[in-house]
Design a protein around this ligand. Sequence first.
Ligand code: UDP
Ligand code: MG
Length: 336
Amino acid sequence: MDRERLTIVIAAFNEADSLPTLHPRVVAALDALARDGIDGQLLYVDDGSRDATWPIMRQLAAADRRIALLRLSRNFGKELALTAGLDRVDDGAALILDADGQDPPELIPQFVAKWREGYDDVHGTRIEREGEGWLKRATAHTFYRVIGALSKTPIPADTGDFRLLSPRALHALRQLRERHRFMKGLFGWVGYNRIAIPYHREPRVAGRSKFNFWRLWNLALEGITSFSTAPLRLATYLGLLTALVAFLYGVAIIVKALLWGDPVAGWPTMMSVILFLGGVQLIALGVIGEYLGRLYDEAKQRPLYLVDSWEPARPAQPAQAGEGDRVHRLRGSAVD
Ligand code: UDP
Ligand code: MG
């Protein structure tokens, strides 16, 4: 019978400081999998790093046949880097891990145990967020509540990308080719049997988070616009409400003019009404614009990412041909 296969996918952007610390822990996890009868592989995706990440990855891969490397043509962002990685997992399950050690590889056996119990989407849920300030924690908390309330797709709170996908869940995910990718939502959309594993999220082993507040804000917008049209509806209701108030106010003015005549007055009221309505209209236009812009990006049908170089893992029994054959450089080849 075929051995079960699991590929650990790690997207890294400028992680030269963390990789050497994380790598031995992941290799230990691979060894543990092997003892458990699972054919474990490791896929590093270099998301256009500008530091020594790529040379380090190549060094690591040279020492271990189970390691595959994928390098994107530039920095595409974590969501696309993960997509690129998952697209290269052709059989078996996949497990996503951060390159900074925040998701402990030591938990992998627990994830695998759940997979063997028949779960398709085993995801880590943070009990604690060490090394993250209160502001990040508070905004993250609010974000999960807001998107939970707005979106019809179940998106579990405090759940990152640390998760194992069974072959069928992975196959389903790979069919979702939208350009604006909010992975947490896409995982939720897939469904199947899901289970959470609570864990303590450790601080980064080295380096700094790539997600500053501006990127997080954009990620939040991405999440909400990709998985909910509630803001559009909100604009409708806001418009209706304003119209209703304006109508009542109009009636009041007419009645007042009929009863007490119409002396010229009301410049302040006029100004405030005009400015208020202008503001409401601009907000509604902005909301429509957010959706329209995304529609425009989807309509362009560009590939999701470009691959600079792909070095697959070497099979257990290497063919007679030499080591050098494993490097297939696909300069400039497009993959979507
Ligand atoms: N990452 C990536 N591309 C990017 C930004 C981040 O592949 O453009 C990777 C990064 O190397 C790490 C993971 O995504 O492995 C999570 O990033 P980070 O730790 O900066 O985010 P945080 O944990 O603070 O949310
Ligand atoms: Mg991190």
